[in-house]
Ligand binder design. Structure first.
Ligand code: CO
Length: 362
């Protein structure tokens, strides 16, 4: 299968670098895609991109959120020899940081580097069995000194760093490898759903927020959630696949290729019961495959939205993803397409009386 427009968008979204606090390249794509189709747009004070499809005769507003940021590093200092010490941004496993290629975004250019690892040839037996600690790690950008790194390469403390990892379509496009599917896959779904909705005029005002700084504490969801004044909301995330060696179904229940998932529990949120059941029933009625996930860890923007202002019914819908928070994630294209179909269908079903019922505790 040749790459279609949506695959091209997925490729572009996962390739650009945007660690928490440095989401601008992602925001530019979101704005370029949505500017022609929505009625109004604004940026919140932290940088979240908010796009609105207004229905003047509707009483309620639904908020769709997906976060633009990804895990990264931040340059802390340059050693006299020209190596970069860093602060991790987001929930990295130390083993996933070491021995990788990175892009350092300086004020001059994007430069390449590697997180070097002490060679096994000189390690003691004890050292070989140890897990490396982040404090000892560094990025080698090929600089010969502190001065060389600063002046020739333009490196400054505070420069963001992101994984050097390019998109790759497997099996003719059925499986897609890339960094940052968390949550660029959600951003892609958000963009496509907004485009679909612009064509059908849904029975509710739709606010789409591509949020910033989720990975360091759901910060953009707090600010954009406040501005959105949502009566009901759907968060779009990368789900957690539990379908590969080394992970068990007791840890995560989703499988890739079996449809989008709805979360019943994670460490940040329990979804609204009526809205949860509404989504499951609707998926069944529409013959859209849906999976369930109950996680003990994990956190997501929906929990910040749920607690904004007076509170609102929220569900978290995921695209099952393998190998989250690393240089290489893997997703199934069919799950992304089914997720778009499901979320489009949910929003077009949110007439005033439906929202009223979902918001009620009677
Ligand atoms: Co995420």
């Amino acid at each position: 299968m040749a790459a279609d427009n949506f695959e091209n968008l997925l490729e572009e979204l996962t390739n650009v670098g945007g660690p928490s606090g440095f989401e601008e390249p992602v925001r530019r794509i979101v704005e370029r895609e949505l500017e022609p189709v929505v009625d109004t747009r604004e940026i919140d004070g932290l940088g979240s991109a908010i796009s609105i499809l207004t229905n003047e005769s509707a009483k309620y507003r639904v908020l769709l959120t997906a976060h633009m940021d990804e895990l990264g590093l931040l340059v802390k200092r340059i050693t006299p020899e020209g190596f970069l010490k860093f602060q991790p941004i987001g929930g990295w496993l130390p083993q996933a940081i070491i021995g990788q290629r990175w892009i350092v975004k300086t004020h001059k250019a994007e430069i390449a580097g590697v997180t070097g690892i002490k060679t096994v040839h000189v390690m003691s037996a004890k050292e070989r069995a140890e897990i490396f600690d982040v404090e000892g790690m560094f990025i080698d950008v090929g600089a010969t000194s502190d001065e060389d790194a600063r002046n020739r390469l333009g490196v400054r403390p505070g420069d963001p760093v992101y994984p050097d990892s390019k998109f790759k379509a497997l099996e003719g496009g059925a499986r897609l490898i890339g960094k940052a599917w968390d949550d660029r896959v959600g951003v892609a779904v958000l963009i496509q759903v907004m485009k679909n909705l612009a064509e059908v005029k849904p029975p509710i005002t739709v606010v789409g927020a591509a949020t910033v700084q989720e990975e360091i504490g759901l910060r953009g969801a707090q600010t954009s959630g406040y501005l959105a004044e949502a009566d009901i909301a759907i968060n779009l995330e990368s789900g957690v696949a539990g379908d590969y060696p080394s992970i068990s179904l007791d840890e995560a229940q989703e499988q890739i290729g079996a449809g989008p998932s709805i979360f019943f529990h994670d460490s940040s949120m329990i979804p609204n019961t009526r809205f949860r059941d509404f989504v499951v029933d609707l998926a069944e009625r529409e013959n859209i495959p849906i999976q369930f996930n109950v996680l003990s860890g994990y956190g997501q923007d929906g929990s910040a939205i749920q607690r904004t202002r007076g509170g609102a019914p929220v569900v978290n819908i995921g695209v099952p993803t393998r190998y989250l928070h690393s240089h290489q994630g893997l997703v199934a294209r069919s799950d992304i397409d089914e997720c778009v179909r499901l979320v489009t269908k949910i929003v077009t079903s949110l007439a005033d009386n439906v929202v009223e019922n979902l918001r009620s505790f009677d």
